[in-house]
Design a protein around this ligand. Structure first.
Ligand SMILES: Nc1ncnc2c1ncn2[C@@H]1O[C@H](COP(=O)(O)OP(=O)(O)O)[C@@H](O)[C@H]1O
Ligand SMILES: [Mg+2]
Length: 354
């Protein structure tokens, strides 16, 4: 199902929880709704589901406004973190529940449950009760139950939040494959960026009720539209004044401008390694972490801690060693705008090594 949301707003008393949110979701896509707690993610989902009424705005499924449709007529399946299974019902009965409500025939129910038990890897568990299952198995029953009535849209609100890290990892790839196989349009809410990046086709970053950016994880990482998005996705260090950095003097035309530095924006080397002395900073190695295929280097420059990677092929650095740091580029922002800027003092796009 194609989903479109236009000008969505929601207040709780005086509090403006969802602020003029607009987006469209292509049929069959899995969208990650990512953002800090309290940002409005659950409120958006609840409005899509019809469990909450928007103050203004339209929710459009398949080109049809559904604002006045009750939840059960919207063709939606839910899996919520604490949307418990029915304790007194077996796995079979839990999965069959939605079909019984719809008054499907006994044979239709039996066939559909068998299909879902197969799809979710729950064969042999049909007659167990929820307390006889692990957390991961229970969430799989919750998925099967949500999918049974063949919804057009699947809403998942932090479905793995209560599950151990290791199992959560397995469930992520399992979910990704399941949704691909079923081909259902899905929205997956999480506050965990790794989870969103791994699972979703596209991510929507939600902060303080606003949709800050929508795009593929790579697009968002590469071209963050707001400082919030830049700091929220990926690793970075914030430098209060960009002008302090060599090659970035006067950045922002004299307006106070901050710089965000990602690990791949900088390069470190022993003092004789770079030729472009005018463009390099002096720093001290604070920590070195061997990561199997490279070094993760923490370096202090003018009181700022920067993090970067260094190839194993290069000369090995030592903790406490004075080194050169070349800031190739930085993500700069002030009150007006944000942009990525190259180091102006670099004569050459590539550093020259001796
Ligand atoms: N029913 C409600 N009544 C009052 N405030 C609410 C209600 N639901 C959510 N809120 C408030 O709206 C904000 C957004 O909440 P929510 O949508 O649950 O965010 P998220 O899911 O991103 O953590 C929070 O500050 C929350 O306290
Ligand atoms: Mg929530």
């Amino acid at each position: 199902m194609h989903v479109e949301v236009r000008g969505l707003n929601k207040h709780f008393g005086d509090f403006h929880a969802v602020k003029d949110v607009n987006f469209g979701i292509t049929k069959g896509h899995l969208i990650g709704l990512l953002g800090p707690s309290g940002g409005g993610k659950t409120s958006i989902l609840r409005m899509l589901a019809g469990l909450e009424t928007p103050d203004s705005g339209d929710i459009i499924f398949h080109g049809q406004t559904v604002n006045s449709l009750p939840p059960q007529e919207r063709g939606i399946g839910f899996v919520f973190q604490n949307y418990a299974l029915f304790k007194h019902m077996t796995v079979y009965e839990n999965i069959a529940f939605g079909l019984k409500v719809k008054k499907a025939s006994k044979t239709a129910i039996r066939d559909r449950v068998a299909e879902l038990v197969e799809l979710t890897g729950l064969k042999g568990f049909e007659s167990r009760y929820p307390h006889q299952l692990s957390g991961g198995q229970r969430q799989r029953v919750a998925f099967a139950r949500a999918l049974a009535p063949e919804p057009q849209l699947l809403l998942l609100d932090e479905p793995f939040a209560a599950i151990d890290a290791k199992i959560r990892q397995e469930l992520r790839s399992w979910l990704r494959e399941l949704i691909e196989r079923v081909g259902i349009t899905s929205i997956f809410v999480t506050h965990d960026q790794d989870e969103a990046i791994e699972v979703a086709d596209e991510i929507m970053i939600i902060n303080q009720g606003r949709l800050e950016q929508k795009g593929t994880p790579w697009d968002i990482y590469k071209e963050p539209k707001t400082p919030f998005v830049a700091t929220f996705i990926g690793e970075s260090t914030l430098i209060e004044s960009a002008s302090e950095l060599k090659g970035f003097e006067g950045a922002g035309g004299g307006k106070p401008t901050k710089a965000l530095i990602r690990p791949e924006y900088i390069e470190v080397g022993s003092l004789h390694e770079f030729k472009m002395a005018s463009a390099t900073e002096q720093g001290t190695v604070k920590h070195l972490h061997f990561r199997g295929s490279e070094w993760l280097v923490e370096v202090e420059v003018n009181g700022n801690k920067l993090v970067t990677y260094r190839s194993l092929e290069k000369e090995t650095l030592q903790v406490g060693q004075g080194i050169s740091v070349l800031v190739h580029r930085a993500y700069l922002f002030n009150d007006n705008r944000s942009w990525i800027q190259e180091n102006r003092l670099k004569e050459d796009p590539m550093p020259v090594f001796i």
